[in-house]
Write a protein that binds this ligand. Structure first.
Ligand code: ZN
Length: 471
């Protein structure tokens, strides 16, 4: 009897220990699938003629810190509205988590597909979706990514430590919004800029820092995450699908290190390579080399710290970004319905109507924050201005704050409050779906996630208002 009791108590103890260690073990899995379209299928602006460099959909799953956390980035223009929600739901179902713990972003390349299944459905009513959306292909990538994630978590590796690194990237990012002496946008310096006089204008407000996190099992690096804020275009509308310079830099680094590399575009809505890019084809590789060199220096600057599961947390808040006053559902619906509407405007109106419909249906955008010891990675929507990233860092200067933007693409550009007054392309009717009040909503969300609810920091305060006084 006594020995039976001892056996039983031993079994209970073992059971307890097993469940304790299972709960405490942090593990990581990675997945990747090809996201290149078929030849002839639509890229964002032109049909696919060739796959110049394969597009990728890839992600990391963290297990052992409550329910799984999934971070995913795709080499596409944008994944908006119901397509972003569906993508997250499918990844959540595949990994046994909830979709508020899944984030899906794009790197915003332009020789790459766009993905808004709601917009595609609006166009399909008039048999007009095929030049813009290959719906079976988009669903197939989402399903293959979910399947790959489900397989990957069965072979997850233990995580024992993490490392962070940073490096300034030189001569890539530049502000696109060139102000006159009154502080209004006089010139938009687009991502490729042939005019040397415009290239010579100041760099403007940017965040030059590329930030890196590596997960380790002992001495073995398992996966790298990097963030850097810029539009990714060197040149486009070629018909050659490619991940452009940030994706090429990521792929080069993955090849050089042999370590899975997940790159996110930071808040690069008002940032592009324009000052350093005349649009010449050879400059794509030059920009790639500059970003890859920044990734290498960040990699070499790494400092390792232990990472127990207790040091990992995921928090999220749901927001509605208020609609721009110009967002007129009836007018957009009429533009979508008419076959007289030029094709480029028709898909644009369908994308905008998809955001309008999402808002009207009460759908919310999920803003996530991954805590890894003293690092926070914020996951934000849209073509977010760099000032949001600078404000997030300023809210918590005691922490290493990273930002991935270009999550839900529904809002399009998200400026700071003053940027709407300043004018320019990004805050124009065609380019943004949100009102100046979006800043307050996102500021409150970031402050909540960074645990500084009474912060005085405002993205608006980082916006340049003086201007260089243009020639
Ligand atoms: Zn853009």
């Amino acid at each position: 009897m006594k020995s039976l009791l001892r056996l039983l108590s031993l079994a209970v103890l073992c059971g307890l220990f097993a469940s304790f260690s299972a709960a405490a073990e942090l593990r990581l899995a990675t997945f990747a699938v090809d996201a290149s379209p078929k030849i002839g299928a639509p890229l964002a602006y032109v049909p696919t003629k060739e796959i110049t460099w394969p597009l990728s959909c890839r992600g990391v799953v963290l297990l052992g810190a409550e329910k799984p956390i999934v971070l995913c980035a795709v080499d596409w223009l944008g994944i908006g509205n119901d397509a972003n929600r569906l993508f997250r739901q499918k990844l959540a179902a595949a990994t046994g988590t909830t979709s508020d713990r899944v984030t899906v972003h794009t790197l915003h390349q332009h020789d790459a597909p766009r993905c808004d299944l709601g917009a595609a459905a609006l166009l399909a009513k008039y048999d007009a979706e095929k030049p813009h959306y290959d719906v079976p292909f988009l669903n197939d990538v989402i399903d293959r990514a979910a399947d790959a994630a489900a397989v990957a978590i069965k072979q997850a590796s233990p995580v024992t430590s993490m490392a962070i690194g940073t490096a300034e990237v030189h001569d890539v990012a530049s502000n696109r919004r060139m102000l006159d002496a009154a502080g209004k946008v006089a010139i938009t310096r687009y991502t490729a800029c042939a005019d040397p006089k415009i290239r010579a204008l100041p760099t403007g407000v940017i965040d030059p820092v590329l930030r890196l996190v590596t997960f380790y099992d002992g001495d073995q690096p398992l996966a790298v995450i990097t963030t850097y804020a810029t539009h990714p275009q060197s040149y486009y509308r070629t018909g050659g699908a490619n991940p452009d310079f940030p994706g090429m830099a990521r792929d080069a680094r993955q090849k050089a290190t042999g370590v899975f590399h997940l790159h996110f575009n930071g808040a690069g809505g008002n940032i592009g390579a324009g000052k350093f890019n005349d649009g010449s084809h050879e400059n794509r590789q030059t920009l790639t080399d500059k970003v890859a060199d920044g990734m290498r220096r960040a990699w070499e600057s790494q400092e390792k710290t232990p990472l127990p599961a207790a040091g990992v947390a995921w928090n999220s808040v749901k927001v509605q970004l208020p609609a721009a006053s110009h967002l007129d559902g009836e007018r957009l619906a009429a533009e979508v319905a008419s076959d007289k509407t030029p094709a480029a405007l028709r898909v644009h109106s369908a994308d905008k109507l998809s955001y309008y419909n999402s808002l009207k249906a009460g759908e919310k955008i999920n803003i996530g924050c991954l805590s890894l010891a003293d690092t926070r990675i914020l996951f934000l929507p849209g073509e977010l201005f760099v000032e949001y990233q600078l404000a997030a860092q300023q809210m918590r200067p005691d922490l290493n704050v990273m930002m991935a933007a270009y999550g839900d693409y529904g809002p399009f550009y998200i400026g700071t409050r003053i940027a709407f007054w300043q004018g320019g392309y990004e805050t124009s009717e065609g380019a943004t779906n949100v009102s100046p009040d979006a800043e307050q909503v996102l500021t409150a969300a970031m402050a909540q996630l960074l645990e500084v609810p009474d912060t005085k920091v405002r993205p608006n305060d980082f916006t340049d208002t003086t201007g260089p006084g243009l020639p």
